[in-house]
Design a protein around this ligand. Structure first.
Ligand code: 4LM
Length: 423
């Protein structure tokens, strides 16, 4: 990490919109301790060693690295020489991005991988063994749920679901067999908020690691490690890439845990290595992350207000609404409320599908965090890996519609949603 670029250990308060706290008080910045989020997302950990002084770091499109001598090759394998060996173990393009992401998320170490699922599976294969137990929240992205329910459980790992909205539920269920406590906050698709501080305190009391999927918030809105979590994962396919043109995942943790995740989870177990071209595209996406997140948040707030006022809508799930039952908790750990909204129509499931088919501008598509507003029906799409009875039990209703607010002009998104609702 380059000098002056310190870890951010804060929670919701980190993103100062480009000013450090000292700057805020004095109006000047004589001795800035931590640069603003956008500045770090553009500059942090830039590798200045390019022979031509390229402002944008080159893409190292190479799978392997040449050794000067056989002895040097052996020394790299034994760890005596820290140079590169093979891109599955490390690559300069990935390395620069990883250092920048660690800076933004307030972590000691980062690993970029081929997809969000690659990130989640690389973490679990690093730390669980047959006979272990993991406790996971009830509401998860559908394929994450499928990995736990149908994947890990086949290998003798006990997976139990706990409604983590109430930390007392975790306190009742956790035991010394629990290796990992896992959740998303806000959770996909129904926006449940989990108290990162409270859950981490309980899990650590029993020696379990806390893994948080921070995809919905990005490091701009929420920093789980600063709130007590041990490991953060992201689907960088979403806001971090930001343009709907790549698949990628990110893992952040202590340097010690990352040794295990990189050299066991990624190297030997999943092989889910990120392509250098995609690392370059994520680094490009990061330069506008703050700008984009502000716009996603603005648009989502306007969409949520429109939905809340609509007679066709029976319930809106958006943590930025005062009527949202976990509004205060969301405010205490997120800087703003993000770009994701879920809602139910009074007409239920059929009205939901009719609404989707009535859209003219917004796209009917899964995924999230793109420039385009994306709208989908979780029960039949992203959350179809849940059995209908599991969806009912875990609060993923059949009529739920999910919106990823895009970057278009709000007036156009609102007009499209309004006409689709009245149709
Ligand atoms: C979707 N989501 O919801 P990759 N974690 C979270 C996610 O939402 C996703 C992943 C991990 C959606 C994909 C179709 C909270 C994905 C998995 O898709 O493997 O990069 O991320 O629409």
């Amino acid at each position: 990490m380059s000098s002056g670029e310190q870890y951010n250990k804060g929670g919701a308060s980190h993103a100062s919109g480009g000013t450090s706290s000292s700057e805020g008080k004095s109006g000047r910045s004589p001795r800035q301790t931590k640069r603003g989020f956008a500045t770090r997302a553009i500059h942090a950990c830039h590798d200045k060693n390019d022979p031509y002084g390229a402002l944008t770091s080159p893409i190292y499109m190479t799978s392997t690295f040449e050794f000067d001598t056989a002895e040097q090759g052996a020394a790299r394998f034994s760890g005596e020489d820290s140079g590169y060996i093979y891109t599955r173990l490390g690559n300069p393009t990935l390395n620069e991005l990883e250092q920048r992401l660690a800076n933004l998320e307030g972590a000691e170490a980062c690993l970029t991988v081929a997809s969000g699922m690659g990130a989640i599976t690389s973490v679990f294969w690093s730390f669980v063994e047959p006979g272990d137990e993991i406790l996971v929240d009830e509401t998860l992205y559908g394929c994450t749920f499928a990995y736990f329910r149908h994947g890990l459980s086949k290998f003798g790992i006990k997976v139990r679901h706990v409604d983590m909205r109430d930390p007392e539920n975790l306190a009742r269920e956790i035991s010394d067999k629990t290796r990992i406590v896992y959740f998303e906050t806000p959770a996909n698709p129904n926006m449940r908020i989990i108290d990162i501080r409270a859950i981490s305190a309980i899990a650590h009391g029993c020696g379990a690691r806390v893994v948080v999927d921070n995809t919905y918030s990005t490091p701009y809105l929420q920093n789980p490690i600063g709130l007590g979590a041990d490991i953060v994962v992201h689907s960088a396919t979403k806001y971090l890439g930001g343009h709907g043109d790549l698949m990628a995942g990110v893992i952040l943790s202590s340097a010690e845990d990352m040794e295990q995740i990189r050299y066991v989870g990624l190297k030997d177990m999943t092989g889910a290595v990120l392509a250098p071209m995609n690392a370059f595209l994520i680094a490009r996406g990061l330069k506008t992350l703050e700008l984009r997140m502000e716009r996603h948040c603005d648009n989502a707030e306007k969409i949520a207000a429109l939905l809340e006022a609509s007679p066709e809508v029976s319930k809106v799930y958006f943590p930025g609404l005062k009527s949202f039952e976990q509004y205060e908790l969301a405010k205490s750990q997120m800087r703003r409320f993000g770009g994701m909204i879920a809602f139910e129509l009074t007409g239920g499931h059929d009205a939901g599908l009719q609404f989707l088919n009535g859209l003219k501008l917004c796209k009917i598509a899964v995924s999230l965090g793109d420039a385009e507003t994306l709208i989908e029906h979780p029960a039949s799409m992203t959350h179809s890996p849940y059995e209908p009875s599991e969806r009912a039990r875990f609060g993923i209703t059949e009529g739920l519609v999910r919106i990823s607010a895009g970057l278009e002009n709000a007036v156009d998104i609102l007009a499209d949603i309004d006409q689709a609702l009245s149709s």
